[in-house]
Design a protein around this ligand. Structure first.
Ligand code: AMP
Length: 202
């Protein structure tokens, strides 16, 4: 099963994605995490990406696509995965579709987390205190929100048009949001996902 997870910064995407992949027993492919790892190791990619990340800008498509393509060759991803933070732009979505089409495994679902702007900002400021992420400061947060609106929101139409977009209300506690996600993923599947009954996690 192949799932794309879309949501504005602060929508709980990372937390919910981790819970969902444990529930579905799928590997995770988070471009934000991969880029932070690349950066921590000081690789050439990490150094190039850091400049964009620190300004709350998107890392250029070519860098991200090459990184994802290499990652998808790993055997752990042959049964599917959950994409988190990717695709972020329509060109990335098209490139992903082409790459998956060549493997004969199209995307199953695009889950969209939706929450009020005030709630999103409050959550990110709390995360900045808790985790010390360098891109969670008020200026960068505002910029990342704007980038989401301009570059990532058009993806919603892209997936809506393909008939695989599922909006999820991301307001409320993490447990409430996760219940909605599970319901959306299991809809029409009789509790089975990809032929496998999911683990009873939460
Ligand atoms: P995230 O952890 O998904 O919020 O990503 C943190 C930062 O990494 C973003 O603000 C971007 O600078 C960069 N990034 C992550 N995923 C992508 C992507 N798919 N395309 C471009 N930049 C990305």
């Amino acid at each position: 099963m192949l799932i794309v997870f879309i949501g504005p910064p602060g929508s709980g995407k990372g937390t919910q994605a981790r819970r969902l992949l444990e529930y579905l027993q799928l590997p995770h492919l988070s471009t934000g995490e991969l880029l932070r790892e690349a950066r921590a190791t000081g690789s050439a990619l990490g150094q190039q990406a850091a400049r964009y990340m620190d300004q709350g800008r998107l890392v250029p498509d070519a860098l991200v696509l090459a990184m994802v393509d290499e990652k998808l060759r790993e055997s752990q991803y042959t049964k599917g995965c959950m994409f988190d933070g990717f695709p972020r732009t329509v060109p990335q979505a098209r490139a992903l579709d082409e790459s998956l089409a060549s493997r004969g495994t199209p995307l199953d679902k695009a889950l969209e987390l939706r929450a009020d702007q005030d709630e999103l900002i409050a959550r990110m400021l709390r995360r900045a205190l808790a985790e010390g992420r360098t891109d969670d400061n008020p200026q960068t947060i505002a910029h990342r929100m704007e980038v989401y609106r301009q570059q990532t929101e058009p993806l919603l139409d892209y997936y809506r048009f393909k008939g695989i977009l599922t909006p999820i209300d991301a307001m409320g506690t993490p447990d409430e949001v996760f219940s909605r996600i599970k319901a959306a993923v299991n809809k029409g599947r009789d509790g089975r996902v990809g032929g496998v009954r999911p683990q009873s996690a939460g």
